[in-house]
Design a protein around this ligand. Structure first.
Ligand code: DHB
Ligand code: FE
Length: 283
């Protein structure tokens, strides 16, 4: 049986990718950000799973306003890092896991969550920056990755609670795969930030730290936060945090198992226009 061993939560700021790719990680501005992931890189080396189920959002790169899936699962053999305007990031190709992805699609759809199946897709900073933060700059990513894209860009977007319940269904799907593989589920995006309008630049440390507290110990409370509260308290792009609830809903404690244990927690402001938050929970 496949098992979810841990969940990882992290912001995905594109400027972090640029800092890595352009060799700026030792600059004073960036040092505290990368320092917060030193533990995580070693932890991932010590706890490399067989596959990462990576919940992220596309930023009008693979999907445009022509076509907006709410939940999309990448079932391809591999996924190419996208060109987001400055050329594709010089990072490895993302190797998928078509058989496991197809199983998850089958199981989750049978549990009444309709997924869009994507057999060909480029992946943007929403997916590649979390991998870079957790893995550094390797020749190849340490394991296959199943990209799971969530629409948090164009309303209507799914509620936090819908995402949390979807996480539970993903856990069931993983556990019904009859192969002994270790799976990590990652929830990415956030924390508070707003890139547009009169409130551009908004950061809310109190909200972010309370969200991290809830995520650790009281995820059902986090799942009740409404869209309007995310936008009011965490900014228009803070809504990306609903993706963290998919990963959190897939943890054992939500299904009546033992409490998740905290391996690492980190918070830093600023990185570009965003607060960077990061948490590793183990089952
Ligand atoms: C920034 C943050 C994001 O989440 C994003 O998708 C693009 C830009 C920023 O902080 O600049
Ligand atoms: Fe974003």
């Amino acid at each position: 049986m496949a098992t979810i061993t841990a969940s990882v939560y992290t912001s995905h700021v594109p400027a972090i990718g640029a800092a890595l790719d352009l060799g700026k990680t030792t600059e004073a501005y960036w040092q505290p950000v990368f320092k917060g992931y030193e533990f995580s890189k070693q932890w991932l080396k010590d706890n490399t799973p067989d596959v990462i189920f990576l919940v992220y959002n596309d930023h009008a790169t693979a999907f445009s306003l022509d076509f907006i899936p709410t939940f999309a699962i990448g079932t391809a053999e591999s996924f190419t890092p996208a060109d987001e305007g400055w050329g594709p990031r010089p990072v490895p190709q993302v190797i998928g896991h078509p058989e496991f992805a197809a199983h998850i699609a089958q199981s989750v759809i049978q549990q009444d969550f309709d997924l869009t199946i994507v057999n060909k897709m480029d992946v943007d900073h929403g997916l590649t920056v979390p991998l870079s933060l957790m893995c550094g700059q390797p020749q190849a990513w340490p394991c296959p990755v199943i990209p799971f894209a969530v629409n948090v860009v164009q309303y209507p977007i799914p509620s936090g609670n819908r995402c949390f319940q979807l996480g539970r269904a993903i856990r069931n799907a993983v556990q019904s795969f009859d192969r002994d593989i270790k799976v990590q589920i990652w929830g990415t995006g956030g924390m508070s930030h707003q890139l547009q309008g009169p409130r551009a630049g908004l950061i809310n440390k109190d909200f972010d730290n309370q969200f991290l507290d809830y995520l650790e110990k009281n995820p059902t409370t986090a799942a009740q936060i409404s869209h309007i509260n995310y936008v009011r308290d965490a900014g228009s792009e803070g809504i990306e945090l609903v993706m963290w609830l998919i990963a959190r809903g897939a943890m054992d404690d939500v299904a009546g198992g033992n409490p998740a244990s905290v391996a690492h927690r980190f918070y830093h402001v600023p990185a570009s226009n965003t607060a960077v938050g990061h948490l590793i929970l183990e089952n």
